[in-house]
Write a protein that binds this ligand. Structure first.
Ligand SMILES: [Zn+2]
Length: 124
């Protein structure tokens, strides 16, 4: 019996399976689709996704701990985004590319209290 030599180590398969498990979730995919376009805070995600703050925070925490999201504190708010090039490329494969005109563009919501919506359209 002949064994096939695989180029990928077992630990890499495990890492990939963990990522797929983390991503196999419609709300997390939606969240990543939002955060790969523009950095947003939890309150904006709450308004945009129509989910309660504890739920949003829980999903953000999971993705942040896994290294999928990066955070940046600005004043009282923490903004989350996808900035890892490998992750952005992976999301582009899965979700399709972000159109050029939508990159870095924050779309304000009329009933959102986040600092970016209060200031109107912002490039960040
Ligand atoms: Zn907002």
């Amino acid at each position: 019996m002949q064994f096939i030599e695989y180029a990928i180590a077992m630990t890499d398969y495990e890492r990939l399976a963990q990522r797929l498990k983390l991503m196999a979730h419609p709300e997390r995919l939606r969240m990543l689709d939002i955060l790969r376009r523009s950095p947003e805070c939890v309150c904006h995600l709450e308004a945009l996704m129509g989910r309660p703050q504890p739920y949003i925070s829980q999903q953000v925490r999971l993705l942040h701990r896994a290294g999928v999201l990066q955070s940046e504190k600005r004043g009282q708010n923490t903004f989350y985004r996808v900035s890892n090039p490998e992750m952005l490329a992976w999301l582009s494969q899965v979700l399709g590319p972000v159109p050029e005109v939508e990159r870095g563009i924050h779309r304000p919501l009329p009933d959102c209290v986040c600092p970016k919506c209060q200031r109107g359209p912002v490039l960040l």
